[in-house]
Structure formats: structure tokens, C-alpha cells
Write a protein that binds this ligand. Sequence first.
Ligand code: NAD
Length: 499
Amino acid sequence: MEFHSLEYWRRLASEYRSESRLFIDGDYQAAAGEAVFSKEDPTTRAVLARVARGGKADVDRAVAAAREVFERGDWSRAAPSVRKAVLLRLADLLEQHHEELALLETLDTGKPIRHSLRDDIPGAWRAIRWYAEAIDKVYGEVAPTGEGDLALITREPIGVVAAVVPWNFPLLLACWKLGPALAAGNSVVLKPSEKSPLTALRLAGLAQQAGLPDGVLNVIPGFGDEAGQALSRHMDVDVMTFTGSTRTAKQLLKDAGESNMKRVWLEAGGKSANIVFADCPDLRKAAAATAAGIFYNQGEVCIAGSRLLVEQSIADTFIELLKEEAQQWQPADPLDPATVQGVLIDTDHAEKVRKFITEGVARGNSLALDGRDGPYPAAVGPTIFAGIDPQDPLFHEEIFGPVLVVACFKDEAEALALANNSDYGLGAAVWTQNLSRAHRMSRRLKAGSVFVNNYNDGDMTVPFGGYKQSGNGRDKSLHALEKFTELKTTWITLESYHD
Ligand code: NAD
């Protein structure tokens, strides 16, 4: 992969004009009343685009188009091999537009171009390709009933899916939803975050070019309390698949209950525990993974290892190693291919993160590393609070920035109690050479993913999602298809030959 130079990306950025209209029924178009909002580059504060501001009228049109094509069956009843071919073409197109999409993602979010190129965009096309390849290999079942009956268990597409996604991995998370939802035969209305709409808008055109029938994928950029709410309260949306904050997730459950009881799948917040025992196989490696686990993507990662729990006897040594590793994660220009930490999504969010730090200090917590002074208004550097009291709000609240809190434990029981002392349950890591301990901890940790001697390994084959207030359902793997299909049973009475 070619990372190019800062000058290369700056030139491309200065020449690029992004798509800013919403996409309904195969057409890019303005929002009702020509409503728009300004989308800024969080690094330079320059306006990137005046983006169509989707509202209820636009959502109604998108849902109607999605419903019409679903009932007509152009996609929903197409053979799996046909859907597969179209989605494979879409994956190829995403791959062919690798640099363009990476540039858009970096300009929109402030994440390093290095990571957009290496992680976000390849992750997006891999998700689409994986479900394309899977869909003609999923079989139904025949139930073990008595001899007089035949009971078939099949899976059917549900109908119209609303996919509402956040700004931290905009295209990647959209594709984790679109892959299984589209492969299964549904129609989708995608609402990207108002803070990162650009790659989703580009994706719509590529999907059309790949041969996706009009109406099967619609993209409505806009705000949560406008386009988002119109989707979550819509009477003709069958499924809401969401990634975002726990606060919004709770609202979506309420909206579903007050509207049509649509199925609601939630991937929400986290405050994941990264637990380092004194018998960790390699402290240097664990320190490097711990730093990446909290500082990667500016700490704007749902599964960030934001709580480090370290055994008392190695705490001082480990924190020193961690401070050394943190030096690599200093914020810099996101368009420079050497940069590994860019800027936060906007200045408001950076201010929020700084406020968490300042208030934590005011309560008497001590900083081992202070990243409040960044090179840009939206930049916050690696920050570490050592010796945190588990009662302190910093131990519980999702900061969603490069801020690590450290607490010490004496033994396995205390480590487990501290780790599970959270409303969230997305991920947890255990660093130990003791196999029995690794399994014991894994069984008792209340988290959707447990990592042993790594932080946040992942693959399309493996489900991703949370316990407790981190959500329900799982993205990725064949299990994600369960969210976008209804289980149908068909009973057939077999007449006896001898009657
Ligand atoms: P958010 O909840 O503010 O917004 C997410 C999306 O929901 C956006 O598109 C937003 O416009 C929309 N939205 C907001 N209010 C809405 C409403 N009332 N009705 C319908 N839609 C609404 O979250 P965010 O700030 O964009 O993202 C950060 C959060 O996402 C963090 O909490 C993070 O942990 C979480 N996240 C979770 C995962 C996961 O897989 N569990 C992955 C990434 C991010």
C-alpha cells in the first residue's frame, strides 16, 4: 500500500469536491426545502461541504422507495447468487476508490490518513465482500418432527432497515451493517452521523454503479433529532440497526415501543477493562498494546481499553513503560502519512474531553501524563490518570478520547470485581501466562469480547458487540445475519400412503 506524502494528500484535498446531496431511489437530490448544514474539517475548520440536511419528509420518501422495491422483489427475491455478484462488484469499487474514500474519511473526521488507508476503507470493502461470499452458502433447516409432518425453518429478509451510525469509523461501521442487511435481501435507509456524512454519500453512488436496484440503498445525512428520529419513530421501518452512544440507544428502544415495535439492534458505549497480571508474558508488548488500545483513533473507539487494571506489584514498572509508549501517540496533522494520532471529531468534543481531565484533577486525581495542550484546538494528546479510585466518575464514564485511567489490584478476585464494576460490557483483556486463570477470567468477565494477551484482535468471522448497556445483538460474522432476517416455519402435513 502506498501512503504517499503530506504534499500529495494536501493537493488532492484542495482539488476534491465531495458529493453533498442525499440519495433516494437511485437519485442524488436536495433535501426538502433545500435545507443544508455545513460540514467542517476538524483540523483546519475549513468548510468541506454544505450537506443536504435530511428531515422527516426526506425520510418518508426514502422509506417509501425502500418499501416499494422490497415488495416488488427486485432485490429481496433475487437469487442469493445474484445479490452476491452485485455486492462483490460494490466491494471491488470500494477497493478501486481506496484513496479517494480514505481522503474523505480523514478530512471528515480528523483521523490519520495512514489509518483510513490501512484500516477503515479496507475494513469496509472486506465487510461487503465477506457477506457477499457468505450469502449463497447459508442453508435452511428441516426440523426433527414426527413422520406425519415436514417442518421447514427458513430465514427471510425482514423489509426496510434503518441503519444509524456514528462518526468514529463512518464507512466501516456502515458496511458492517450494510453487508449483512443487503446480502439478506433487505432495503436500507442509511443515516450517517451529521459529523461525518461524506463517505456514506459517495458509497451510495458506487452501490448504484455496482448494479444495486434503485431504492435498495438510500442515504439521508442529517441530525439525530431530525432524520434520525424520523427513522426511529417511523411506522414502516422494520429494523433499526444502530451504533452510537448508550443515551441514544435507550431513546431508540423507547421510540420503537411507542411506534411499530420495530426490531432494534444496538451497539453502544463502553468502558472496557484491560487487566495486566504480574505473570504477563511480555510487559513491553502489553504496554504497547495498552497504549494502542486507548490512544488509537484518538481514543474515539467504543471498545477502547480505557480502564487499565494492573497488579500492584508491577504497577510502577508498567506505568513507566506505558508513558514511553505513549510518546509515539502525539497528535499531528492527519494528512501526514507519518501521523498516528490526528484530531478529535470537533472542537466541542475536544473541549468535553479536556473538561473531563480538568475536573478529574480538581477532584484530587493525579496525572501521570497530561495531553490537554494539543497542536490544534481539536487535538488532545495521550493522557494517563494513575491510582484512580473506583468510586471516581473517571472510572465509570465513557470519555471517548485518549484518556486512560489506571487502578491497581492485589489478586484475581479483586481484578474481576473491578473489571465488572461498570454499566458497560463491550470488551475486556487479560494479560497472563496462566491458562486456567485466562479461562476463569474469560468466563466471569461480563463483556462481549475477551482478549487474552492482546487488545482488540478482530476479524469478520468473529462477532462484535456488548453485554449490559453496551448493547444487544452482534455485528460481523454469520450471526449478524440473524438481525436482518425473520425466522419462518412452514408446516406441511404429509398424507399417509396407507390411508
Ligand atoms: P450518538 O449516539 O450521538 O450518535 C450516533 C448516531 O445516532 C448519529 O448518526 C446521530 O445523528 C444519531 N442520533 C442521535 N440522536 C438520535 C435520535 N434521537 N434518534 C435517532 N438517531 C439519533 O453517538 P456518537 O457521538 O455519534 O458516537 C459515539 C458513541 O458511539 C460512543 O458512545 C461510542 O462508544 C459508540 N460506539 C459504539 C460502537 C459499538 O460497536 N458498540 C462502535 C462505535 C461507536
